[in-house]
Design a protein around this ligand. Structure first.
Ligand SMILES: NC(=O)c1ccc[n+]([C@@H]2O[C@H](COP(=O)([O-])OP(=O)(O)OC[C@H]3O[C@@H](n4cnc5c(N)ncnc54)[C@H](O)[C@@H]3O)[C@@H](O)[C@H]2O)c1
Length: 281
């Protein structure tokens, strides 16, 4: 897809961070944008900032962990703009702790948002995307899908592995069937967003870990991201270019992703397990 002008884009988690930057980039390129987010106030602010006229931007409060909510998002998008050309399944959350302490509710929250949100987004929107002459899906994973073993982040890592495995399978299947829908996976390293405050959106049933190692990991990650994190707008530019070139892997920090894969390969080939990772490295 070379030209976004007049195209309809849907971005989940679009009220903050990378999702908001993607929305801004698509708008600048002439697209119409639907931003979907669970935070109503952030959504209202984002819609006002992006397009005060409200002609090319629609905000739809959406909980991606619910397939009913995603179906409503699809229905409202079609009502407002007549179809969909680009879907960015970007909403994501993180909580964790030592594995023995992580409750089933915490695991389910992370998997429901990060994995089932992406899966159900693809399931529900694919028939709409296939009605267009050309269309594209971008699923947000993380370098955590390549580089494993960051202490206290097992739920996040497992959910992003699932996003990667599903996205690779989807891309291969659609391409082998000659589909007009392209697929990319965005696997960011540290990016300056509100990700380390993701527990702001947790359900009451999910308890925040008070484990000291967990606190240290999150503090370290927040500090590292503030120091060396990429700007969301730069990630959004990479996303736009990758859709244009129909490129599958969108790697903001390829050195982290590739090193993660190399470490796993060495583990498989030599049997020597890796050392635990440092958050943000
Ligand atoms: N920032 C990073 O360093 C980093 C690194 C790797 C991957 N990621 C991934 O990037 C994606 C975007 O996150 P971000 O970094 O911009 O963080 P962010 O917290 O700034 O934005 C995430 C957005 O998702 C929304 N959201 C949370 N739960 C939701 C739900 N159930 N339904 C709908 N919306 C929901 C939040 O309200 C927020 O607006 C996530 O999938 C995250 O896992 C981020």
């Amino acid at each position: 897809m070379k030209d976004f002008s007049g195209k309809v884009t849907v971005v989940t988690g679009g009220a903050s961070g990378m999702g908001l930057a993607m929305a801004r980039r698509f708008l600048a390129d002439g697209a119409k944008v639907v931003i979907a987010d669970i935070e109503q106030s952030a959504l209202d602010t984002a819609v006002r900032d992006l397009d005060p006229t409200g002609e090319r931007v629609l905000g739809v409060r959406t909980d991606v962990s619910s397939s009913e909510s995603l179906q409503q998002l699809a229905d409202k998008t079609v009502d407002a703009f007549g179809g969909v050309d680009i879907l960015c399944n970007n909403a994501g959350v993180e909580t964790g702790g030592p594995i023995a302490d992580v409750t089933e509710q915490a695991w389910r929250w992370v998997m429901d948002v990060n994995f089932f949100g992406v899966l159900n987004g693809c399931r529900i929107f694919l028939p709409l995307l296939e009605q267009r002459p050309e269309a594209h899906i971008v699923n947000t994973a993380s370098v955590a899908a390549f580089a494993t073993g960051t202490p206290t982040m097992a739920p996040y890592c497992a959910s992003k592995f699932a996003v990667l495995g599903f996205s690779e399978s989807l891309e291969i299947e659609l391409r082998s069937h000659g589909s007009t829908v392209g697929v990319s996976v965005l696997a960011p390293g540290p990016v300056k967003t509100r990700m380390t405050e993701a527990e702001r959106n947790k359900p009451d049933s999910v308890k925040v870990s008070t484990d000291p190692e967990r606190q240290k990991v999150i503090e370290n990650l927040a500090r590292k991201t503030a120091e060396v994190g990429m700007e969301p707008a730069d990630v959004a530019d990479m996303v736009a270019e990758s859709i244009r070139d129909n490129r599958f892997f969108i790697l903001t920090h390829p050195e982290i992703a590739v090193q993660g894969v190399r470490t796993r390969l060495a583990w498989m080939e030599t049997g020597t397990p890796p050392a635990p990772r440092t958050a943000g490295a």
